[in-house]
Write a new protein. Structure first.
Lengths: 276, 307
């Protein structure tokens, strides 16, 4: 077995042992089930599918919740282990530094994947039993939501590693992680909105707005889940935005993946330069 | 004994403005137990990290088993090395057995060998308990256990006995002796020279990043030239004869009513003793106080800072 797999396996086991996996799964399942039940109430038997409503509300919540969980999972990974002396020990083994980061990353991703599939899956199962004949396209939207939620989590795991690799003190890394969360989940969109209002369409072209949206992984996630599914985008109140969006789902998926890889590479480079 | 396992050539490392390691040369050979002695901050841990390739030198060359340990291509050299960090808190959620299995896999060693290692360090009974429930001594035993995986040819132990109880210290040195018998090179750092008596083949004294002494304990004794103290207790009736003793041209101190003490160089001690016991003096007791290891250690550190 290679070092990356061994480290990933240990991270996952650690996650199971210290109840990260169970806590995250229960939290996500509770949200999914609540929104499923609430989501089907207003639509009743007429109108759009209950599943579409669930996808909208659940993905809106995911934007806040999953990045926070991912950052909590990752901010301590390097700075904390440096402080505890386990990184020095690990690197005295025949393991490269990039293998350490890659292994930890895969382990954390596996934790998120288990939690998202089981937690959100519970909501899906409840829906499948509760309502009759959901159209296949809505299921595809639901599957995309679960999958992209995992990828969104991976983005913030990578960003957490960057925070963890660039400071000495794990508490500082924690502070940076909270800052990252605030910026991407809350402040960025507000600032963008403020900019649009202030600018009155003089400098902010549609093209520039698109690029600015791609510069925030949370927005990429939102667009990915809201476009393409007419039901969903109507519900999300983003119909106008997604219709003029020039990028299709493949481009958005590629950008989101880029948001996973780029910070991960940066974290590896930072970690390589660290003295342990 | 010419098989050099670790060689440092004029190696330096600076942290900020402070020289953590300053132009150090040293060689560690096969089957040698070497103690690295010095105060906190003398550069012991940095030296060990240089040997592990965790830290890169700003000058000089480090060679471990013929390779540069900081080189990516030398990664397999680390399969033949064991390291016990100075302060390590092992994952509390795993059991001892699980943690050791993790490290054995990383070293490409069969996990089945671990039971024997746990037995050897004396925590086989706790193998299935979570590390969070371990005492400090047990954690240190487990940390030592991971360093022993795969019978390493080079073992680097950073302050392995600091804060351990005497029983564990004894187990520890027994294991080190066995390893040496198998041909391993063992480097252990310590800030107490005294406990190393009989446990090392060679001692390297570090002070402020520099190597200030390197040799066997006997070598260090000779180099330090610390005086031997001879203490004589006389019978009451002979105390008045003290002036006769004083004739030996040595400087005697009266340290109590009937007890006198003199310091002399190591080679002179026989002559002094002969003179005392020769005459008509009725000697009640005679003590020869060889310089302790801590005296010698202090000597090297004082000499260093005086320069």
């Amino acid at each position: 077995m290679n070092a990356v797999a061994i480290i990933a396996g240990k991270e996952l086991r650690d996650g199971l042992r210290n109840r990260w996996v169970i806590a995250t799964t229960v939290l996500m399942a509770a949200l999914a089930l609540t929104l499923t039940l609430l989501g089907s109430a207003p639509t009743g038997t007429v109108g759009v599918s209950a599943l579409a409503a669930t996808v909208v509300s659940l993905s809106s919540l995911t934007i806040f919740l999953v990045p926070l969980i991912a950052l909590l999972l990752s901010y301590d990974a390097i700075a904390g282990e440096l402080e505890r002396g386990t990184i020095a020990l690990l690197l005295s083994y025949p393991v490269s530094r990039s293998a350490v980061v890659a292994g930890k990353f895969l382990g954390a991703s596996a934790i998120l994947a288990v939690a998202a599939v089981l937690g959100y899956g519970a909501g899906g199962v409840a829906l499948a039993f509760g309502s009759d004949a959901v159209e296949p396209r809505a299921w595809a939207a639901f599957a995309t939501m679960v999958g992209s939620s995992v990828v969104l989590g991976m983005v913030f795991v990578s960003l957490g590693y960057v925070a963890s690799a660039c400071v000495r003190d794990p508490r500082t890394a924690g502070g940076i992680a909270i800052g990252v969360w605030l910026v991407f989940a809350l402040i960025y969109d507000m600032a963008l909105l403020g900019l649009l209002v202030a600018d009155q369409g003089r400098l902010m072209t549609v093209g520039l707005l698109d690029v600015l949206l791609l510069a925030n992984p949370a927005d990429v996630y939102r667009l990915l889940n809201f476009i393409g599914f007419s039901d969903v985008s109507r519900f999300a109140g983003l119909a106008g935005l997604t219709q003029q969006m020039r990028f299709g789902a493949p481009v958005l998926a590629a950008v989101l993946s880029g948001w996973v890889v780029l910070p991960l590479v940066v974290a590896m480079l930072l970690f390589k330069r660290r003295e342990v | 004994m010419n098989d050099v396992r670790i060689a440092l050539h004029a190696v330096s490392k600076v942290y900020g403005k402070r020289a953590a390691v300053d132009a150090v040369d040293l060689e560690l050979r096969q089957g040698e137990r070497v103690a690295l002695v010095g105060h906190n901050g003398a550069g012991k841990s940095t030296l060990i990290k240089l040997m592990l390739g965790l830290v890169r030198p700003i000058a000089g060359r480090v060679e471990v088993l013929g390779a540069n340990p900081a080189d990516r291509r030398a990664i397999n050299v680390k399969r033949c090395m064991g390291y016990l960090p100075e302060n390590v808190s092992l994952q509390p959620n795993l059991t001892g057995e699980e943690l050791l299995a993790f490290y054995a896999r990383l070293k490409h060693r069969p996990v089945a060998e671990n039971a024997k290692i746990l037995e050897r360090v004396g925590i086989a009974h706790a193998a299935q308990s979570r590390i969070a429930t371990y005492s400090k001594g047990m954690r240190q035993r487990l940390a030592l256990a991971q360093a022993l995986i795969g019978n390493p040819r080079v073992l680097l132990l950073d302050e392995p006995t600091t804060g351990l109880d005497p029983a564990l210290r004894h187990t520890f040195y027994t294991i080190v002796r066995d390893l040496r018998a198998q041909g391993a090179t063992v480097l252990l750092s310590s800030h107490a020279l005294a406990e190393l008596e009989g446990q090392t083949d060679r001692v390297i004294v570090m002070s402020q990043g520099r190597k200030v002494a390197d040799g066997t304990l006997a070598d260090l004794r000779r180099l330090a030239r610390r005086p031997v103290r001879i203490r004589v207790t006389l019978h009451d009736e002979h105390v008045t004869l003290f002036p006769r003793i004083a004739q030996t041209a040595l400087e005697w101190h009266r340290i109590s009513e009937r007890t006198f003490e003199v310091s002399c160089a190591e080679p002179e001690k026989i002559e002094v003793v002969r003179q005392i016991t020769d005459g008509n003096l009725s000697v009640a007791d005679l003590e020869i106080l060889a310089p302790s290891l801590d005296d010698i250690y202090a000597h090297f550190l004082v000499t260093e800072s005086a320069e």
